[in-house]
Design a protein around this ligand. Structure first.
Ligand SMILES: *Cc1c(COP(=O)(O)O)cnc(C)c1O
Length: 405
């Protein structure tokens, strides 16, 4: 039995949506993107959603819009995918990498210690689809508003630190009963091929700014900014007589094409009723199986009203070091079951090391990383395959534990 880690879920309906786009005579940004934005708005009850070509470019867009510049600090967790911090570097700011808590998510007390007059934004990450404590975070930034030093009109209008949630994993998750997408100023979902809902490559930016911001107006501005700062998109310009346009911003070129939005429409159509329940099923099956193993530390699914989107199943093996974890993974891989590690804390990666970040400053992130193994979790897995994964993982863990005790 060969079990891949995360193949995309593609059914007939998704193929037909793509064909529909190909046959329509319009393949780049147009009606399908608009429809996908509307559907994501409805799905997570966000005031406004803008789709772009990746999570990364969405984050870059929002940081540039906020006017992040040299010397500005943006707080990010050590435990995340590199894109979180890279978007800050691309925008010209400095990522301030802080340690996480035992739930893999950025620690509120470490954020508090890192906030100073240079702090312009915070990017919490919902690791594996488990939401951060947004209420605590929002309370914290309001309490620290007196430290905030605005350097442009937008920053004056917000008058506090901006929160951009890295929700690359958490489309469909709930925080205290309310969908992720409504808890912070900006929430960005990734629609990359391995994520819960995909467009092959893509990102969806939820705009949820408080007054006096107007999210609809902001959507129109940012949409223009995502298309070279051009006042008319290519779709509108194809209409007879609508040829003249202007360039009003030094915009980016990060729009999502319709042919990719079509994949997302087909996926979203079955996300709530098919894909998400199946992920939950697998997550809980793993939890039940591994709860009987003394060596297992289980990931969070729910604490009542906060519910994971089950993007990653992050199993941890008690008292195992990095070398033993790697050996367990070698053994599992040799049995044709693909597993993974989410994530290598940023200071372990060459780029961040060379910039002076040190893993010693992030002991919890390292402690989580050194004994973490991500198991396959996606709707195509059969009951039989799920049991096979459980048994393969358990036997490899136990054989490594036996050899070392
Ligand atoms: C996948 C991922 C991203 C990047 O998403 P892209 O759409 O590939 O740019 C950012 N943050 C986290 C935590 C991710 O897992």
């Amino acid at each position: 039995m060969k079990i891949p880690f995360s193949p995309p879920y593609i059914d007939e309906n998704i193929k037909n949506e793509v064909l529909d786009s190909l046959n329509s005579g319009w393949i780049t940004t147009g009606p399908k993107v608009k429809e996908l934005e509307n559907q994501i708005e409805r799905f997570c009850q966000a005031p406004k959603v803008l789709c772009v070509n990746s999570w990364t470019s969405g984050a870059l867009l929002m940081l540039k819009w906020f006017g992040i510049q040299e010397g500005d600090e943006v707080i990010v967790p050590a435990y995340t995918y590199a894109a979180t911090a890279l978007s800050v570097i691309h925008a010209g700011g400095t990522p301030v990498i802080v340690d996480v808590g035992d739930d893999f998510n950025i620690s509120m007390s470490n954020i508090e210690k890192a906030i100073n007059k240079k702090t312009k934004a915070i990017m919490p990450v919902d690791i594996g689809g488990w939401p951060c404590d947004y209420e605590a975070l929002n309370t914290l930034i309001n309490r620290k508003a007196h430290l905030f030093e605005p350097s442009n009109e937008i920053q004056e209008k917000l008058a506090r630190i901006l929160i951009i949630s890295d929700a690359a994993h958490s489309l469909g998750a709930k925080y205290r009963g309310v969908s992720v997408g409504q808890h912070t100023d900006v929430t960005i979902f990734s629609l990359h091929a391995v994520k819960n809902v995909t467009t092959a490559e893509g990102g969806a930016i939820c705009l949820n700014f408080p007054e006096p911001f107007d999210n609809a107006e902001l959507y129109a501005d940012l949409r223009c900014y995502s298309l070279n700062g051009q006042t008319k998109d290519a779709f509108t310009k194809t209409k007879a007589g609508a040829w003249r346009y202007d360039i009003v911003y030094p915009g980016l070129k990060i729009n999502m094409p319709d042919v990719l939005a079509a994949i997302g429409l087909g996926q979203l159509a079955i996300y709530k009723d098919v894909i998400l329940p199946k992920r939950k099923d697998i997550f809980l099956t793993y939890n039940k199986y591994f709860s009987e193993k003394k060596w297992a530390i289980l990931p969070n699914y729910s604490d009542g009203a906060t519910i994971s989107s089950c993007h990653i199943y992050a199993l941890r093996i008690k008292n195992v070091n990095e070398k033993q974890r790697d050996e367990i993974i070698n053994q599992i891989s040799s049995k044709d079951v693909a597993v993974n590690v989410h994530f290598q804390p940023l200071p372990l990666l060459s780029l961040f090391k060379s910039m002076g970040y040190r893993i010693e400053d992030c002991p919890t992130a390292f402690a989580l990383y050194e004994n973490e193994i991500s198991l396959p979790i996606y709707p195509q897995l059969t009951k039989e395959e799920i049991i096979h994964v459980c048994e393969t993982v358990a036997s490899c863990v136990e054989s490594v534990l036996m050899a070392t005790t």
